[in-house]
Design a protein around this ligand. Structure first.
Ligand SMILES: NC(=O)C1=CN([C@@H]2O[C@H](COP(=O)(O)OP(=O)(O)OC[C@H]3O[C@@H](n4cnc5c(N)ncnc54)[C@H](OP(=O)(O)O)[C@@H]3O)[C@@H](O)[C@H]2O)C=CC1
Ligand SMILES: O=C(O)[C@@H]1CCC=N1
Length: 266
């Protein structure tokens, strides 16, 4: 990533909890100078304090970017600290679920370049995926946003803001679905006779190993599944149970996320 502009003008992060810190961790590991980052957060974590970033310090006059990473429910109150950047010269990148671009246009004023992004927490280990979409003014900053966000994983550009709800339900929330699968697999192992420790180790290594294989292989997920499934063997029978219910369950899960995202937008 070319950090020249960010190093020279600075990056402001409003709210740096789980998601903000995941991205910041990836950027710092990629070489971003901590002194160029000003974080506004009422209760900085031990991680933040250890980074050397400027915490709750005076704001730079014209930062290269303002990142909004507070919860949508407190966005309104928190924004007052940075709305003076509105008007055109400073792009605003928000990762908040729900809130539409027009919300920020109202808060920062017309002409403010706004980019909406939906990242996920694997950004902390540079394995995130972030979807981005901008308003008219933000279009010129999509390259900058992509450059920054690709330092912590993959980036996809959306055709329309309306697609952001589905993205949130798939990849924004998705890591939680996968972590829950580890929990569920562990629980099944315990119920069928393993110790919590061994079941947990098996489940965790299986999910992360399958993820690594998926990442490094050219084969489709369906083919990788087939590779495990011996004809008339154990997996084939096991999958009958899982595949009967999981697609519909996953769809309902994503629909629940979309519905909540919609509620948060109001
Ligand atoms: N977590 C995730 O996987 C993802 C989250 N997001 C989005 O990221 C945003 C943040 O989520 P997440 O990181 O999980 O939430 P967190 O609560 O972990 O982070 C929000 C941070 O903002 C701080 N904060 C609270 N009030 C203010 C304020 N007035 N000014 C500045 N900072 C403030 C909080 O401090 P305190 O804890 O003291 O209240 C906290 O450190 C949300 O909008 C969410 O939709 C998007 C994609 C994925
Ligand atoms: O749960 C949330 O609201 C946020 C958005 C996507 C992931 N976490």
């Amino acid at each position: 990533m070319d950090m020249t502009d960010i190093t020279a003008r600075g990056l402001v992060i409003l709210g740096c909890g789980k998601m903000g810190s995941a991205m910041l961790e990836g950027w710092l590991a990629g070489g971003l100078a901590p002194q160029s980052v000003t974080v506004l957060d009422p209760t900085p974590s031990d991680f933040l304090t250890s980074t050397g970033c400027r915490l709750n310090a005076a704001l730079p006059e014209r930062p290269a970017l303002v990142l909004l990473a507070v919860k949508p429910q407190i966005m309104q109150d928190a924004l007052a600290q940075v709305t003076h950047y509105g008007g055109g010269e400073v792009p605003v990148l928000t990762v908040a679920a729900g809130l539409p671009i027009r919300y920020y246009e109202r808060a920062f004023g017309a002409g403010t370049p706004v980019i909406r992004a939906m990242p996920n927490t694997p950004s902390a280990v540079k394995r995130g995926i972030t979807a981005i979409v901008g308003n008219e003014g933000g279009t010129g900053y999509l390259d900058l946003a992509e450059e920054l966000l690709s330092a912590v994983g993959q980036v996809v550009r959306l055709e329309s803001e309306a697609q952001m709800r589905t993205v949130t339900g798939i990849s924004g929330c998705g890591p939680a679905y996968v972590f829950h699968m580890v929990e569920a697999l562990t629980e099944a192992g315990v119920r069928e006779g393993l110790s919590e420790e061994v079941a947990g180790q098996l489940a965790r290594a299986t999910i992360s190993g399958a993820g690594a294989l998926l990442d490094s292989s050219d084969e489709s997920a369906a083919q990788l599944r087939t590779n495990v499934t011996s004809p008339n063997g154990v997996t084939e029978v096991a999958l009958r149970t899982l595949m009967e219910e999981l697609p519909d369950l996953m769809h309902r899960t994503v629909m629940a996320a979309i519905k909540r995202d919609e509620e948060l937008s109001k």
